[in-house]
Design a protein around this ligand. Sequence first.
Ligand SMILES: Cc1cc2nc3c(=O)[nH]c(=O)nc-3n(C[C@H](O)[C@H](O)[C@H](O)COP(=O)(O)OP(=O)(O)OC[C@H]3O[C@@H](n4cnc5c(N)ncnc54)[C@H](O)[C@@H]3O)c2cc1C
Ligand SMILES: *[C@@H]1O[C@H](CO)[C@@H](O)[C@H](O)[C@H]1NC(C)=O
Ligand SMILES: *[C@@H]1O[C@H](CO)[C@@H](O)[C@H](O)[C@H]1NC(C)=O
Ligand SMILES: *[C@@H]1O[C@H](CO)[C@@H](O)[C@H](O)[C@H]1NC(C)=O
Ligand SMILES: *[C@@H]1O[C@H](CO)[C@@H](O)[C@H](O)[C@H]1NC(C)=O
Ligand SMILES: *[C@@H]1O[C@H](CO)[C@@H](O)[C@H](O)[C@H]1NC(C)=O
Length: 500
Amino acid sequence: MSFFQRLLLPLGLSLSLTAVDAAVIRQNSDLRSLLSDPARQWSDATTISYPGSSEFTGATERWTIFDPPTYTAAISPGTEEDVIKLVNLARSNDIPFLATGGRHGYTTTIGDLHDGLAIDLSNLNSYSIDSDAGTLTAGAGVRVNTIMDPVYEAGYFLQTGTAYCPGLIGVTLGGGIGRFTGLYGLMIDALVSVRIVTANGTLIEASESSNSDLFWGIRGAGANFGIITEATFQLNPVPNGGNIFTSDLIFPANMTNEFFQAVESYNNVFPAEMAGIVIMSWDDTSNSTVLLTNWIYVGSEDDARSALAPILNLSPPYLTTQMVTANKLINSTFNNFAAAICTEGVIRDIHSTNLKNHNATTWQSTFEQVADFFESHPGARSGAVQYELYPNQAMNAVSSDATAWPWRDAIGYFQTAFSWDQGDDATASASATFAQELMSEVVETSGYSDVTIFVNYANGDEKQENIYGADKLPRLAQLKRTYDPSEMFSWNNGIPTQYP
Ligand SMILES: Cc1cc2nc3c(=O)[nH]c(=O)nc-3n(C[C@H](O)[C@H](O)[C@H](O)COP(=O)(O)OP(=O)(O)OC[C@H]3O[C@@H](n4cnc5c(N)ncnc54)[C@H](O)[C@@H]3O)c2cc1C
Ligand SMILES: *[C@@H]1O[C@H](CO)[C@@H](O)[C@H](O)[C@H]1NC(C)=O
Ligand SMILES: *[C@@H]1O[C@H](CO)[C@@H](O)[C@H](O)[C@H]1NC(C)=O
Ligand SMILES: *[C@@H]1O[C@H](CO)[C@@H](O)[C@H](O)[C@H]1NC(C)=O
Ligand SMILES: *[C@@H]1O[C@H](CO)[C@@H](O)[C@H](O)[C@H]1NC(C)=O
Ligand SMILES: *[C@@H]1O[C@H](CO)[C@@H](O)[C@H](O)[C@H]1NC(C)=O
């Protein structure tokens, strides 16, 4: 607020903008006094922080800084009891807030939250494994990486996403796709129960046997109904004695066509044990766009080599293969490329669409356009365009009605992930246009008639039907009315309370 505007305030001569600013300022000082009121009796582990402090930065730092939410205060509750108090405090004082796990969410709709309260769940980071039952119970602050080694050491495996850095519960809430959807299904398919604090401050359990309707909605639209403090997963026995075949292959531009033909030769039927990731990215050494690809197979090396023969036999200049233990698979992919992917605080703008088809003509056309784009836009060269090829046998064996997740027929995901330096508006706008062009072309041969995307991968500019599915929305809206009627948990592609 300008000095001039401040001067006007006491005189009641507020312009409309001034009135808004004044409301924000009043709300901010109210928030401070509300949070610091000794009557709250937060647990000792709870920390409260304000902009400008390192605690605040730690509690709010995000994976992408594109269109981020803004906060006037952050609180990291130490206990489930504190989470209940916080939800009650926020509801009775109309405080807008976002509760975060790993802060790797990238949907732009959360950028609509301004001057809110950040609820950082990272203190709720305990987990336990019940070896007899083969279950894992993890708190809201647990990241994918946290559980990889202990679960493996206990003789089990959990299907997760492909990076170690996001929040375990955060990835699960939107479905949780990954390289094991063929063998074990989605992460929500492993979910047994959650403890959730709903909008009215009640802590309830949701499972097949308790609040089963809510449990249905949580599995696919889980950020919409409350704060999940803890989740229990059914683990799988370690696959193939714990050993997985993984191979990295890099194809130069003059080999992409034969590679895409090899992918197409599977005719969209991939063994459940197989998965692939294909990344179009600029290579600073050759000054050209190349294809980084990773292929895994859960089984013996012989079986892997035979299932992957159409791809491995192309023998590109860079080809490595190894057997790794299941807990180290994420970190072995692309030589721990995941470490770079996990870097926080970078601008990233991401669009995705589901695939039922892998079409060589489309892939090659995509590649050529991406190569031209990186060639002519040096500022965009840290971005990437990606195809994920994840078989869906186990995921599709679960009835579509069983959960809110709508896209069990997908066998792949196309993604544009553009990045540029702060202030490089020309690259920002060229990237946005290019992403839309690629998306419309890819959708045409995707097997779907429009962009379709599960909420974890949503950009936020899609229609609700294209995220949640038109046939799921009436039931989701009804759940929203029941559990979050005042739409406190609506920053992430919030479901309407009425549909249609
Ligand atoms: C590097 C990277 C790799 C990824 N790989 C995969 C992948 O392989 N498969 C896949 O499915 N997705 C993947 N994703 C997408 C990821 O699932 C989503 O970004 C997910 O929302 C991240 O969860 P988070 O807890 O880290 O993020 P946050 O930003 O903390 O949360 C995301 C959303 O979930 C809500 N939320 C988080 N925790 C809770 C909770 N305990 N209770 C209630 N609401 C909560 C938040 O309010 C927010 O709306 C990836 C994302 C990144 C950045
Ligand atoms: C492909 O290009 C590479 C350089 O990137 C070159 O070494 C190789 O000979 C070319 N291969 C074919 C089949 O043209
Ligand atoms: C790539 O480009 C850089 C600078 O643009 C140049 O220094 C380098 O020699 C080029 N490398 C090759 C292999 O052409
Ligand atoms: C994977 O690598 C990251 C970064 O190098 C590291 O922090 C993490 O602990 C590793 N995870 C496992 C399970 O080894
Ligand atoms: C791939 O898409 C093209 C149109 O771009 C179409 O002509 C072709 O038949 C498709 N291929 C397959 C295998 O579906
Ligand atoms: C809170 O909401 C739940 C779910 O709708 C309901 O079962 C419960 O009775 C409500 N509790 C209070 C105190 O309103």
